[in-house]
Design a protein around this ligand. Structure first.
Ligand code: SF4
Length: 385
């Protein structure tokens, strides 16, 4: 087994974190059936820290896995049909799929073509990925993805490079070959040094042929009952507790679950109203959906502080205090590794020796402006700093 450092773990190549291995599961075509969901619940309890994490890019991950348990976990994932047999294909299958995909529709067909073509793509940086947003609405407009298959207002299919406003019209048959062509341009023009397409096109001139038509207006699902998707639920901090998930599945009779970007999930169930379950967010605007927090103590041995109840409390307070904190991004991290949000936030609280350091406008590893805060002091410290 190899362990990859960085922030793009898979199942075959997990990332080592403070609490053991992080094993990421990339659902095929963006969906897990009921048996797979229930099986993953069992695996989280048997091998992991007892939680399933829903990532901001619609993947699922188990964490706190012991090195010696990794082979048995892989075998169990394979038994559930959740594992690519080829590790190199798993690493490339970084795809976001329109959540209204149905068997045989355009999204589904493009998904099939892209999966089949993955071996033909050039070697790309590990975090690069694909968005297939060709459903009834533009659901994935804000989700990060380097190569984007989208629709124009007139229904024409486009391939758009992330970071540019316009895309190239393509037929269904041309779509995936065009992705390969664009990926080859990225590599040939030194894109690997920039890491992502959006960063690269800011420096290298993307030929005009790739910038001819505008996609339809960006869209994004909200928690609640969506007229096309049915039950969409928010998962605060992406933390799925197996018992809550089992209860939800049993309550609404879901046959499948589709993770969505932004730590949400769609349930495919006969009565969407039956999916409004305590512990999940079922209406837009919940403040805790705007905050990030890693598992913290007691789940992660690297943490000396509890994180998620503090993040929830601060997020709700910030939301109520609309004069000063509207739209402020908040991250509570158990330690300076910053697993839940390894990048900048307006306010980042970092646990250290049972207390918190406050970083303003930085990442968890940046120098703090205040140190050694007791959790009870934090709200006042944020207001006065
Ligand atoms: S950031 Fe959180 S989950 Fe990651 S190692 Fe630190 S305490 Fe553990």
């Amino acid at each position: 087994m190899s362990v990859v450092k960085g922030w793009c773990p898979g199942a075959h190549r997990p990332m080592l974190s403070g609490d053991g291995l992080v094993v990421r599961v990339r659902p095929f075509r963006g969906e897990l059936n009921r048996a797979q969901v229930l099986g993953l619940c069992d695996l989280a309890e048997r091998f992991g820290n007892g939680l399933i994490e829903l990532t901001s890019r619609a993947n699922l991950q188990l964490r706190g896995i012991a090195h010696e348990d990794h082979p048995a976990l892989l075998a169990a994932l394979q038994g559930l049909g959740l594992l690519d047999l080829d590790p190199s294909l798993e690493a490339r299958r970084n795809m976001l799929v329109a959540p209204d995909r149905s068997p045989g529709d355009l999204t589904d067909r493009l998904c099939t073509r892209l999966i089949e073509a993955l071996p033909q793509l050039p070697d790309l940086p590990a975090k690069m990925g694909y968005v297939i947003d060709t459903g009834a609405r533009a659901w994935l407009g804000e989700a990060i993805g380097d190569f984007r298959l989208e629709l124009a207002e007139n229904g024409a299919l486009l391939l758009r490079a992330d970071g540019v406003a316009l895309g190239r019209p393509v037929s269904e048959a041309e779509a995936v070959p065009a992705i390969i062509e664009l990926a080859e341009w990225f590599v040939a023009t030194g894109g690997r040094d920039n890491g992502r397409v959006a960063r690269h096109v800011a420096k290298a001139a993307l030929p005009e042929m790739w910038q001819r038509a505008a996609p339809r207006a960006l869209g994004w699902p909200e928690p609640g009952i969506d007229p096309e998707l049915g039950a969409v639920l928010g998962v605060p901090f992406g933390a799925l507790e197996p018992d809550a998930l089992r209860g939800l599945i049993a309550q609404c009779g879901a046959t499948a679950l589709r993770p969505l970007p932004g730590r949400m999930l769609r349930l495919l169930c006969p009565q969407p109203e039956a999916a409004l379950h305590p512990g999940f967010v079922a209406a837009p605007g919940a403040p805790e959906m705007r905050a990030s927090a890693c598992p913290g103590a007691p789940y992660c041995p690297a943490a000396s502080v509890e994180t998620r109840s503090l993040a929830r409390r601060l997020a709700r307070r910030a939301s109520a205090d609309t004069d000063t904190n509207t739209g402020v991004s908040l991250h509570v991290s158990g330690c300076a590794k910053g697993c839940a949000h390894p990048r900048r936030a307006d306010l980042t609280l970092v646990g250290r020796d049972g207390r918190f350091d406050l970083v303003r406008g930085g990442a968890p590893w940046d120098p703090p402006s205040l140190t050694g805060l007791d959790p009870s002091q934090i709200s006042d410290a944020i207001r006065s700093a």
